[in-house]
Design a protein around this ligand. Sequence first.
Ligand SMILES: [Zn+2]
Length: 269
Amino acid sequence: MNPSFFLCAAYFILGLIAGSFFNVCIYRMPRGLSILKPRSHCPECNSGISWYDNIPLISYIFLKGKCRKCGKRIKSLYFIVEFLTAVLFLSAYLCSDSVPETIFKIVLFSVLIIASFIDIQHFIIPDESSAAGFVFALFMSVLFPYLHGRDIWYLGLSDSLMGAFAGFSALGFVSFAGSRILKKEAMGFGDVKFIAVIGAFVGWELALFTIMMASLIGAVLSGSFMLLKNRNLKGRIPFGPYLALGAVIAVLWGQDLMNWYLYDILRYG
Ligand SMILES: [Zn+2]
């Protein structure tokens, strides 16, 4: 599929609109509020937000990051989520060969964004987003087995289930062993369910790749944080965002990285 400028712009704008909706999900889901009603309002002064103050990115820049009514700061998080979603939707389009593949990746990226931004703030990954993502991944794998490089529906389905199982058991084992060694919960069960969802999208090889990338990024980032702040990280660290980051790398470059490693380095040393 040759990328066209028009479609690039369309996916970017679609991402901005979706990101604006994800902000609503990220704020409301962990608080048990409905994501459909009521309309958006300022969390500080509770006044409703007009449509012209609710345009992704643009309104934030025009309002200089402040509420029109009360002048309190709007979290830059809203801006970041919108921009990140747009960039990921565009990348999903650019690295896909068909429309179903683009949609498959867009839904995965959406689940990753919602789950990791809720995890950062509340240390939970909501079951609703994980369950919805899991069902969608299975459904698409049956309908379009070529998403896993297969041509028969039950092979697509088994690849998807294998991916979920591989991720679930690998991280489940780490979690179990970790809590035995540390004598406290090392990793939330939400993270284990989360990698199962990722595995259902990407298959078992990239699911394991995702866990490796997440551990690597997590170790480097928390290590440098401890060096910079000169103190130990206390309490639980949300692992969800690292898994999400690992999954994005897996989807966009995982296959290339694995081929490079397996064929160039192992074979020719
Ligand atoms: Zn306000």
